[in-house]
Design a protein around this ligand. Structure first.
Ligand code: HOZ
Length: 426
């Protein structure tokens, strides 16, 4: 038994399922988690002395790679002044100002502690602003685990095959309407059936919790138009795409304006942070300025803000970072496509910028129903082979592959070579 296995066995006694978040459990790939002890650059290391090229990047925020020296220094310095004040700081104002200067249409922003909290709060703001209750979301999009968003959700919910979580009151779920990603007609139909009742449409502008499904040309623009026609707000959940596709996130990358935007861990460079922001008139509804209540002792935590500010400034000062990670993304997809062709493997490789997915289905994958056609048993075999050969992917078919500036062309070529060796054996 490895140490990871021993510790995981013990973990079962104290933590539900032995993990603090379901997607870490390795349940869907028929294995148990490697216990990670540290990470540096593009690599993570487990307590059994193995090292891996990491394609999870803490589920996205490590766009500069792990343990970046400038961010580490900023965290240590901030921590030496105290860990939490529960009071206003100058730094949180600087972070807010920086984000408002970087992101189109974000005029005001409020820090919270996770993407879940950001979405929960943004939805409340949209309801408060419009005086309406219903929300349209897309099957397979994941917006954290608040009650009203656990309807046809992606990520761990999709991986574990739970259609909708137990414990969500019917009253919460009834106001969540579900549309089909990349299908504007399905959205228009919901608006027609719920005239004057829809507060907002919430969407991952690149769906990255059912694998990675990019928006088809016209989809995001069409959502904007439908929202305008029906007096609803458009919320972009940029927990994954924010500051990753471009400095201004998907709004900048696709040139489509959202009314509200939600962010997660990337704002804290991996520290526990989230945020929501957008139009001044909507954000002015938030307490204590307005009547939509939302609060939190740890919101704008000084250590997290120091980490986030440092990462965001590096991104702002070095815009070439985006061409670099996006080129690495192209290289990853092209290398894996060639490998699949050489070996006659029926996979569909999707992605945009530094986000990718290898679906074990011939595709095309345009939405949740297509993604669900993937052969998850074939994915599991591939995943375990790659893990054993030093490549750490998310232990689920329905999560994204993330790249950072610390990854190299050699890392990607080695990954494609390992996949080729495995697929040749099949
Ligand atoms: N939902 C994110 C992955 N798509 C975060 C990982 C988690 O749920 O633990």
């Amino acid at each position: 038994m490895t140490r990871s296995e021993q510790i995981f066995a013990e973990a079962q006694n104290y933590i539900p399922g032995g993990v603090n978040s379901p997607v870490r459990a390795f349940q869907s790939v028929g294995s148990t988690p490697r216990m990670i002890s540290r990470a540096d650059g593009a690599k993570i290391f487990d307590i059994d002395g193995r090292e891996y090229i990491d394609y999870v990047c803490s589920w996205g925020p490590m766009i500069l790679g792990h343990n970046h020296p400038a961010i580490r220094r900023a965290v240590i310095e901030a921590a030496s002044n105290g860990l939490s004040f529960g009071a206003a700081t100058e730094l949180e104002v600087q972070v807010a100002k920086l984000i408002c200067s970087m992101v189109p249409n974000v005029e005001m922003i409020r820090m919270v502690n996770s993407g879940t909290e950001a979405v929960m709060s943004a939805v409340r703001a949209a309801r408060g602003f419009t005086g309406r209750d219903r929300i349209i979301k897309f099957a397979g999009c994941y917006h954290g685990h608040s009650d009203s968003m656990l309807v046809k959700a992606g990520s761990g919910v999709m991986t574990s095959g739970i259609p909708d979580s137990a414990g969500v009151p019917e009253g919460c779920a009834k106001d969540t309407l579900t549309a089909v990603y990349n299908d504007l007609d399905s959205v228009a139909a919901l608006f027609d059936q719920n005239k004057g009742a829809v507060a907002a449409v919430i969407v991952e502008p690149v769906a990255a919790n059912m694998g990675v499904v990019p928006p088809e040309p016209g989809f995001l623009e069409g959502l904007r138009t439908l929202c305008d026609q029906n007096g609803a707000l458009l919320i972009f959940d940029e927990v994954i795409t924010g500051f990753r596709l471009a400095l201004g996130g998907a709004q900048e990358y696709y040139g489509v304006r959202a009314d509200l935007v939600t962010y997660g861990k990337i704002i804290g460079a991996g520290m526990p942070v989230g945020a929501y922001g957008g139009r001044r008139d909507v954000m002015s509804m938030i307490s204590p300025k307005g009547s939509v209540y939302q609060a939190g002792t740890l919101s704008g935590n000084p250590v997290a803000m120091a980490a986030g500010y440092t990462q965001l400034k590096i991104l702002q000062d070095h815009p070439q970072i985006y061409s670099k990670v996006n080129e690495l993304g192209d290289l990853f997809r092209n290398s894996m496509k060639k490998t699949a062709e050489h070996t006659g493997t029926p996979v569909s490789i999707t992605g945009v910028g530094s986000l990718s997915c290898v679906y074990f289905t011939a595709g095309p994958v345009r939405n949740y129903t297509d993604a669900k056609k993937s052969d998850t048993a074939a994915f599991a075999k591939y995943f375990l082979y790659m893990l054993d050969h030093g490549f750490y992917f998310a232990p689920s078919q329905f999560e994204a592959i993330f790249l950072s500036t610390a990854h190299t062309e050699e890392d990607i070529k080695a990954t494609a070579a390992a996949a080729e060796a495995f697929w040749k054996e099949q």
